[in-house]
Ligand binder design. Structure first.
Ligand SMILES: *Cc1c(COP(=O)(O)O)cnc(C)c1O
Length: 390
């Protein structure tokens, strides 16, 4: 029996069937992965926007190794320097306030929701206006915030306090605001919703509406953050900044870590005892995140995502021209979607068979999320595979 079959059998017997994997991957380096049969692929999923510095970046590997041998975890009953240094780095790259650390995107968003509710509590305000087709996670509250019924179906009753408006439609957002509203939550580029950037005018209007009604503007940067769109955070492509945002996915290059990053206005809303997380911001997780951020800076990966990503999108658009079944190429930086007139699943399977891993989303979109340090040669190879098999 093959190695793949062995692993499959273990899953069939012991792992809950929430996913439907096809390949077993055993090794990764940069933008490449190898399966259990020794076949190699270009990884343009990158752990779903987690590996922005690529697989097993030597600097991240060394930081994890070194820290693991010194101090892994002590709980948040004690100061650890890495957490303070990472909070400073996130703050200086964004809103200039304080951070709270957890383990995942859903946990970061859950914290963001709690932060907004605590802030509005005295005035009895707790409702959050979220966007249709958004994605915020799989815990009960973040699933309720998510604007997709398929995420909620079967798990009712959903926690209350979430309303949904049309993305990129300020009149629709305004219509959902009432005396109980405390915040508006959105992604600068909707990821699971089909790689859909917010219109500049929409972002500006959301900020203005929040200022007018004394609401918090919250961004979910879990997928579009960490340099992915050619900015540290997706909102930075716009003139308006949120009051706080969540970050996770690429923050630790695969070592689980997420965070709430707040502006000074929200930095001291949580007080001792309000919120906590056992594994939040451990020395080990923060070492991985610090090494990730230093790598992004030193290798100029934000600039690379912006310029090389735009150039790659241009090549994709050119390639799309001769193909009637390709309706659009959209996105920002290295967060790109090829919109088809048909289900994307089959196309993604064909691309994978031919050495390029991509991800179907919103049914008809082929999503491309290469590591930001993908080489020019690897991009040429991806274009060649797409040219033949898209
Ligand atoms: C992936 C994702 C989440 C959830 O993150 P987890 O780490 O899976 O909990 C939340 N928001 C967005 C935009 C995401 O892409």
């Amino acid at each position: 029996m093959s190695k793949l079959d062995d692993i499959k059998q273990l899953y069939q017997r012991y792992v809950m069937p929430t996913y439907a994997p096809k390949l077993a991957l055993v090794r990764g380096q940069g933008a490449r992965v190898w399966d259990a049969e020794g076949k190699t692929y270009l990884d343009f999923i990158a752990g779903i926007a987690v590996l922005n510095v690529g697989h097993s970046h030597p600097r991240v590997v060394e930081a994890i190794r070194e820290q693991a041998g010194r101090l892994t975890h002590v709980s948040n009953l004690y100061y650890t320097e890495n957490q303070g240094r990472l909070a400073r780095k996130l703050s200086e790259a964004s809103l200039g306030g304080k951070c709270f650390f957890g383990n995942s995107g859903a946990e970061a968003n859950e914290g963001l929701i709690k932060l907004a509710r605590l802030w509005g509590h005295e005035q009895g305000r707790y409702e959050i206006v979220c966007m249709k087709n958004s994605f915020h996670g799989r815990t009960l509250a973040t699933a309720a915030a998510t604007g997709q019924l398929k995420v909620q179906k079967g798990f009712e009753p959903m926690p209350e306090g979430f309303r949904h408006a049309e993305f990129n439609d300020i009149a629709s957002v305004r219509a959902q605001v009432n005396e109980k509203t405390v915040a508006v939550l959105l992604e600068a580029v909707q990821g699971e919703g089909g790689v859909l950037p917010a219109d500049p005018e929409f972002m500006r209007s959301v900020r203005a509406l929040c200022d007018e009604k004394n609401l918090l503007m919250l961004c979910d940067e879990v997928q579009c953050g960490m340099g992915r769109t050619g900015h540290w955070f997706g909102y930075q492509a716009y003139a308006s900044a949120p009051d706080a945002f969540s970050v996770a996915k690429a923050l630790g290059s695969g070592y689980p870590i997420g965070a709430i990053v707040a502006s000074p206005k929200l930095s001291d809303v949580f007080q001792p005892g309000n919120h906590a997380s056992t594994f939040g911001g451990t020395p080990l997780a923060c070492a991985a995140a610090l090494a990730t951020m230093e790598t992004i800076e030193e290798e100029n990966l934000i600039e690379r995502a912006r310029t090389v990503g735009a150039d790659f999108a241009k090549r994709l658009r050119k390639l799309a021209k001769g193909r009637d079944h390709v309706l659009d190429v959209r996105g920002r930086g290295f967060m790109l979607g090829i919109v088809l007139d048909r289900p994307a699943q089959e196309t993604c399977a064909r691309l994978a068979d031919n050495g390029l891993l991509t991800l179907a989303t919103a049914e008809k979109v082929v999503r491309l999320l290469p590591p930001l340090n993908v080489t020019d040669e690897e991009l040429d190879q991806a274009i060649a595979i797409l040219d033949r098999w898209l």
